[in-house]
Design a protein around this ligand. Structure first.
Ligand SMILES: [Zn+2]
Length: 324
């Protein structure tokens, strides 16, 4: 049996169980938290405690693993995640990569191909270290790669991240998750670059594909072998749950249940919406939390004609195959 690295160490992939393939614990702008949050709206102890409570609740609803694509640009801080992982039974799988819609972080702009310090991309070395040696001095290994392609017309910085992720995948075998924009159908140019880099498409999740109900677009992705991230349940502003469910049912009926995974892209706290994130979440997006799939979506999918075996495929077998 293959093993996969979680924040608490390596586990047999067969033990992952029902898995949400794209959930954040925290999404933070680290310098914002350090300069404006500490002593004001960011209380480390309270936030850690609430995250543990939310994960324990998730575990009580039968979900045993979350896959957390929080990378550089989204405030990844593994010592904090270790504290949380130690206090819950839910497996948390960490990622490596860079999240940007445009420019690279400055620590990479002057080094790498075509720069003043021309040479191999330093991102590849950093990603590889996270996957093989561990992140910082935590000993925690990342188990997958993450990049973001928000615009179909990729900036040079974004393309460098995608290629660095692809090359690290080819060297290490680590699977990939890509943030994409369904309105811009940015999954298409991503897949073209990944194919050029000879990536194993069965190890790629095209994230946020579930924001689309365009079957032609979704089947074009899945026909490459890539997995569709039906992973923003609860963000009704982008696509209502009823439409997301109907699209999954239609794809399952056409034989694609082996290429879909489920999630919310939720988090316990993110600073993008300010200090009152939880109040806003409840007022504006009441379903955007870890429990919407367990409480509402799975029953709706059964109602829409999916079988329990197909739900297990999307929640258990597809994640296991991705990490094998
Ligand atoms: Zn996300």
């Amino acid at each position: 049996m293959a093993t996969v690295h979680t924040v608490k160490g390596a586990v047999d992939v067969g033990t992952l169980g029902p898995t949400l393939m794209h959930e954040h614990v925290f999404v933070l702008t680290t310098e914002n938290v350090q300069n404006y949050g500490s002593g004001a709206w960011w209380d480390e102890e309270v936030r850690v405690e609430r995250a543990v409570a939310k994960l324990n609740e998730l575990s009580a609803h039968g979900i045993t693993t979350i896959v957390d694509p929080t990378v550089i640009g989204l405030g990844r801080h593994i010592p904090r995640i270790q504290r949380i992982a130690d206090a819950t039974d839910v497996n948390i799988i960490a990622a490596t990569g860079v999240y940007t819609y445009g420019d690279l972080p400055f620590c990479y702009t002057q080094r790498g191909p075509g720069t003043v310090m021309d040479g191999p991309d330093p991102m590849i070395e950093d990603f590889t270290r996270d996957l093989t040696t561990g992140i910082g001095d935590t000993g925690v290994k990342a188990a997958f790669l993450k990049c973001a392609v928000e615009h179909a017309e990729m900036s040079p910085g974004v393309e460098r991240v995608v290629r660095a992720v692809a090359r690290t995948h080819v060297e290490t075998g680590a699977p990939i998750t890509v943030h994409t924009s369904s309105p811009e159908q940015s999954g298409r140019p991503v897949l073209a670059i990944l194919a050029e880099e000879r990536v194993d498409m069965t190890k790629v999740v095209i994230g946020h594909a579930g924001d689309s109900n365009d079957l032609e677009y979704l089947m074009a992705i899945a026909d490459t072998g890539a997995v569709l991230g039906m992973d923003r349940f609860g963000i009704d502003l982008f696509n209502a749950t009823s439409d997301r469910v109907r699209t999954i049912a239609e794809l399952a009926a056409r034989g694609y249940a082996d290429r879909m995974v489920l999630s919310h892209d939720a988090s316990c706290f993110m600073d993008w919406f300010g200090p009152d994130f939880e109040a806003l979440q409840e007022a504006v997006m009441p379903n955007w939390n870890y429990l919407h799939i367990s409480n509402d979506v799975l029953p709706a999918l059964l109602e829409a004609g999916l079988t329990q075996a197909q739900l297990d495929q999307m929640l258990i077998e597809n994640p296991r195959r991705y990490f094998s």
